[in-house]
Ligand binder design. Sequence first.
Ligand SMILES: Nc1ncnc2c1ncn2[C@@H]1O[C@H](COP(=O)(O)OP(=O)(O)OP(=O)(O)O)[C@@H](O)[C@H]1O
Ligand SMILES: [Mg+2]
Length: 393
Amino acid sequence: MHVAHLTLHDFRSYGDIDVALEPGATAFIGRNGQGKTNLVEAIDYLSRLSSHRVATDAPLVRAGADQAIVRASVVKEGRTALLEVELNPGRANRARINRSPLPRPREIIGLVRTVVFAPDDLTLVKGDPSDRRKFLDDLLVLRTPRLAGVRSDYDRILRQRNSLLKTAGLARGSSRDAAMSTLEIWDDNLARVGAEILGARLQLVADLRPYVGKAYEAVARGASRDDADLDYRASIDQGLVTGLRPSSTSESSLEPGADLQQALLDAIVARRKEELDRGVSLVGPHRDELVLTLGDPELRLPVKGYASHGESWSYALALRLASYDLLRADGDDPILVLDDVFAELDAERRSQLAELVAGAEQVLVTAAVAADVPASLQGVRFLVADGTVTRDG
Ligand SMILES: Nc1ncnc2c1ncn2[C@@H]1O[C@H](COP(=O)(O)OP(=O)(O)OP(=O)(O)O)[C@@H](O)[C@H]1O
Ligand SMILES: [Mg+2]
């Protein structure tokens, strides 16, 4: 797929812009702070209705304005659709396809699929477990848009259950009994919705694995395809094991087909006392870990805390490339965004990455300095300055 036309109104630093785009490689060049990332962020926003940079919509609306509009005509297998989202922080957003309003904006999710490479990607490797969970969930939502709703149901259930755990932990006598029986309802809710997310993540990790090994081999010098691996460590494993299984086992016993709902419920019940004492939910996908490892199969070390800076970078790139390959294998070429990544890479890795992405249907590249962008990705060039985007040549 590719974006053929992008219109922004009061999005980030832009007042009004209108840009005609083409398939193939396009570079956006401009000094720092001129709006390059803002531009590609708008396209990424359309894909999941959330930004890779911020958790809420408010910063996406131009300071002083109360509404932003992102409109893009997207060409997919020769057919064009006009997608539009109206961002109204504090009020409901609205979305339209070919000018017809959608009952729920969420229905637009997944129609545009993007994979964004950015300097922040190092946090995929070096950051907290929550950064890696977000990586998995963002990819899940692009592959199965329905899961966006499941994710927000889960967050809501978690908030309610946590506040109930706090109340129940402090309550005494009959009010405790009442809180405990309400808690059982929330146990069931958490297990039901949590199992859906857990099952989807396990399947995703299984699907992604071969692509990560292959991508790491392609970006890291002298690496082989068995070097990089991923493992999903579920909190229910640890929960069941507070005695059952040594925590040093790196392979998870969970399979996508297992009765995850029952396993979650068992793990919740097993940790009841601890949860009540601490007033938080200790079991569920929100406590799980995606573990990234490097090294030959005999001696795998976690990337976080062990890998060198260069290895960490290679791993982060490999995760993005693998996401791209996986989405592509699902049947539709996602839009690739390389936001400011070339400045971070040495010449050899620049050309390696350029070569790997050269075949993509649309690659949008941003850079402060044109010379940092490999020639093969310099197709069409735009200059970005002072809130304007102008085609260069
Ligand atoms: N909601 C907003 N309203 C007005 N201006 C904003 C808003 N959000 C961000 N900006 C401005 O947009 C600019 C940043 O734009 P952007 O991140 O796209 O820069 P860039 O061209 O990618 O720069 P760099 O090369 O440093 O990455 C900043 O000057 C910031 O103040
Ligand atoms: Mg930028």
